[in-house]
Structure formats: structure tokens, C-alpha cells
Design a binder for this molecule. Structure first.
Ligand SMILES: [Fe+2]
Length: 140
């Protein structure tokens, strides 16, 4: 019983020490954005679009999925006033992973293991505090 209480108290202390460092008032744009001309994307559009890649499938049938922000090697900045604060990953419409990111300390990247069998579509959404939400879809 004492051990259980000690574990419970440790978990409570850990939970209370977790604090988001960034100021939420810096998130000034949550509009769903789109490339004006997908055939000729602008640099600013490429910089915000999730680049979804699939890697190896493990022994349990899960594929490594990586999401980098953004495309064609143009990496979105992570500064005190401009950064990707969230990335969501959906597999066939169901959210399977999310990361919350801190300015300067972390940049727009997510990695997850997703069950490969029957998988048809991966969709990722990146959220920039200044330039809104950008999505990309990878057909499997
Ligand atoms: Fe941005």
C-alpha cells in the first residue's frame, strides 16, 4: 500500500511539473490554408506543408511514418515568435499521433509507428502560430 501511494505521489508531482513554455497568445492564425496553385507552390507554401514519408515495416506490421515541415527541403523556422506548435497525423481519417512543439527548442517533426495492413491514406496537419494550418495527404 505504501508503495502504491509513493507511486501515485510521484506521478502527481511529475504531472504538476509539466508546463507548456510558450505563450498561447502568440498563436494568432488558426485558419485552414491551401496552396494557391498546387502545380506551382510558392516557397512560403512549401515551408508549411507537411512532408510525409514511410519507412520500414517492423515485425509487428507497423510502418515508420515521419512528418517533416516542410517540403522540398525547406524547413520551417522555429524562433521565439514563429514556429510550428502542433502536428497531427491521421490514418484513414483517424487521429493516430500528435506532437506539441516549443519555439526554438523543437522544430516541426513527428514520427510514429502505424499499422500498415489495410492502410490507404495518411494525412498530416501542421499548425504554424502565424500562418495557420496546412495539410498534406499521402496515398499508400
Ligand atoms: Fe510559418
Amino acid at each position: 500500500m505504501k508503495r502504491r501511494m509513493a507511486i501515485k505521489l510521484s506521478l502527481m508531482a511529475l504531472a504538476s511539473s509539466y508546463v507548456m513554455a510558450y505563450d498561447k497568445s502568440k498563436i494568432v492564425n488558426t485558419i485552414k490554408m491551401k496552396k494557391k496553385d498546387p502545380a506551382k507552390p510558392e516557397k512560403g507554401e512549401l515551408k508549411h506543408t507537411p512532408d510525409i514519408t514511410m519507412g520500414e515495416v517492423d515485425a509487428k506490421g507497423y510502418v515508420t511514418v515521419e512528418v517533416n515541415i516542410g517540403e522540398e527541403g525547406i524547413i520551417h523556422p522555429s524562433t521565439a515568435d514563429h514556429w510550428i506548435y502542433k502536428i497531427e497525423l491521421y490514418a484513414d481519417g483517424k487521429k493516430v499521433a500528435q506532437v506539441d512543439l516549443e519555439p526554438e527548442i523543437s522544430r516541426g517533426y513527428l514520427s510514429a509507428k502505424v499499422k500498415k495492413e489495410g492502410l490507404k491514406e495518411l494525412r498530416a496537419v501542421s499548425s504554424c502560430n502565424l500562418h495557420g494550418d496546412w495539410e498534406n495527404i499521402l496515398k499508400v
